[in-house]
Design a protein around this ligand. Structure first.
Ligand SMILES: *[C@@H]1O[C@H](CO)[C@@H](O)[C@H](O)[C@H]1NC(C)=O
Length: 295
């Protein structure tokens, strides 16, 4: 057993390192991949760059953002959310472009009283227009351990995953007249902030500041991505003679759900979804947007 695992390690380690050099983005070192952008020392890169923590107290929250801008990516990160009474706290994790007509792909975790479920809200903005919220209860305690949250973004669709289970599919249906973010490069952002006026039970439950500081921990960031720099995508600069490992890294550009993964998504949506804009008729006069199944 010991022999087998040390053999695997020596074999795998150089491959992993090689893979990182060749991939457009690799991850796993928060110093290299991110800047802390807000919070006067409340955001910290720890464990030799292997983890990052954000904290929130009554005076301020904190935030970080990726150094790179991406135009299509598969992003994975492990997050351990604020434990205990986290009511009123909001942890946001999102891709976003700049300016008034920004595109954005959002995950937001709304804290709750101890023992009450966290809500995960997802949203997609195209050219500054959002209003496409879905909410699910997480089916595990997201504060007891790290869980993997992922965004897949390519020309065909946006898919959100929790522990590799797809929880939402947002297809590119431009042919049916909807908007889809595909022209503006986005940076990855995350922040921990105070949403006590609205986040928990619509703002009825306030933040218990005696529990502050509240802390969220991140590790194992990984991005397969096309990095956008000076108007050029790292994916376009590659030639058809690319190595197999390059092509492997860019499989995300074509990734979609298959029948099985889509039925898994429907099962989780059926069991855990608590809000879906497609069924919120206060938001739409007449027909829901083109991407809604009930359109
Ligand atoms: C918090 O828990 C309550 C009770 O289960 C639930 O109604 C609410 O939706 C939960 N989430 C938030 C963000 O308020």
């Amino acid at each position: 057993m010991a022999l087998a695992s040390s053999f695997n390690l020596t074999l795998l380690l150089p491959l992993v390192i090689l893979g990182c050099l060749m991939a457009a983005a690799c991850g796993n070192n928060f110093d290299e991949d991110f800047d802390i952008t807000w919070g006067d020392g409340r955001g910290k890169i720890v464990d030799n760059g292997e983890a990052l923590t954000l904290s929130l107290d009554k005076a301020s929250g904190s935030a970080f953002q990726s150094k790179d801008e991406y135009l299509f990516a598969k992003i994975d990160i492990k997050i351990k959310l604020v434990p205990g009474n986290s009511a009123g706290t909001v942890t946001s994790f999102y891709l976003s472009s700049q300016g008034p007509t920004f595109d954005e792909i959002d995950l937001e975790f709304f804290g709750n009283l101890s023992g009450d479920p966290y809500t995960l809200q997802t949203n997609v903005f195209t050219r500054g227009k959002g209003n496409r919220e879905q909410q699910i209860f997480l089916w595990f305690d997201p504060t007891a351990d790290f869980h993997t949250y992922s965004i897949l973004w390519n020309r065909r669709n946006i898919i959100f995953f929790v522990d590799d289970i797809p929880i939402r599919e947002f297809k590119n249906l431009e042919s049916k007249g909807n908007l889809f973010p595909k022209n503006q490069p986005m940076r990855l952002h995350s922040s921990l902030w105070n949403g006590e006026d609205w986040a928990t039970r619509g703002g009825l439950v306030k933040t218990d500041w005696t529990q502050a500081p509240f802390t969220v921990t991140y590790k194992d960031f990984h991005a397969d991505a096309c990095i956008w720099s000076n108007g050029i995508s790292s994916c376009n600069s590659k030639r058809p003679t690319d190595s197999d490992s390059d092509r492997h890294q860019r499989r995300f550009l074509f990734q979609e759900l298959n029948e099985d993964s889509r039925s898994l998504m429907y099962k989780y949506q059926k069991d855990y979804m608590i809000y879906d804009y497609c069924h919120d008729f206060r938001k739409y006069v007449g027909v829901p947007p083109p991407e809604c199944p009930n359109n």
